[in-house]
Design a binder for this molecule. Sequence first.
Ligand code: KG4
Length: 269
Amino acid sequence: MKEAVEKAKIQLNEIDAIACTYGPGLVGALLVGVSYAKALSYSLNKPLIAVNHIKGHIAANYITYPELEPPFLCIMMSGGNTQIIHVKDYTKFEVLGKTRDDAIGEAFDKVARVIGLGYPGGPKIDKLAKEGKPNIVLPKVHLDNLDFSFSGIKTAVINLNHKDPNINKANLAASFEKTVSEILVEKTKKAVIQTNINKIVLAGGVSANTYIRNEFDKLSKKEKIKVYYPELKLCTDNAAMISTCGYYEYISGNIAELTLNAIPNLKIE
Ligand code: KG4
């Protein structure tokens, strides 16, 4: 076993380029990676590739589906971002809609904390919701365009829990998940009509959610929409997605300078 692990390890001389995330995210974490990658790139004399973390999440799907090719629409649902992105090519993106307040993962985590589940809340809500019934009506903000808003539903759950600390938490979790899924599916349908693109790719930590995956599977069966989502271990942050994205940047000739810095609020466009 130990031998097999050793054999599977990639040696530095087998690497063509060094990819690292330089944003968006928390500057401290980004700087650790950027500094390490710059030093490695310099010392090995290999090109440095700067990767946008969000593009990395999208690229996780290319690992799960080697046949997947742009153009497609990506529903990006992570801890810090919620966006509908038109992926025009491997390195060309246009944001069609985004959250006006909380990111979806942030809403999952805050709701989980308030109902006593702890952090990270997404997987815990996912588990608890399976024991409950989605029988509590929660508000949805109706925006005419492809933007999202999740702060209202998050506050509604928090208020219900404050008013009645004995409220059935599993039902609350199930209702939250159901309402959030409805919002995602409604916006996706709208984006499909607007763009005439019926290839939908889910990405980001929240795309691991069982209920949301099921709802998108149903959508794909009902409408002529093909839905893709990464295998579970590739949904949350991982190095494989960053290197895959780095590969596409590399073959497009996007090589970074050694002066590369972290950009906490880096945009995708
Ligand atoms: O994409 P990600 O790993 O981090 C960012 O790049 O932001 O996403 C983390 C988020 C957290 O909010 C976590 O609660 C959520 O993904 N998450 C889930 C599930 N697994 C992780 N949310 C809902 N259901 C899940 N099963």
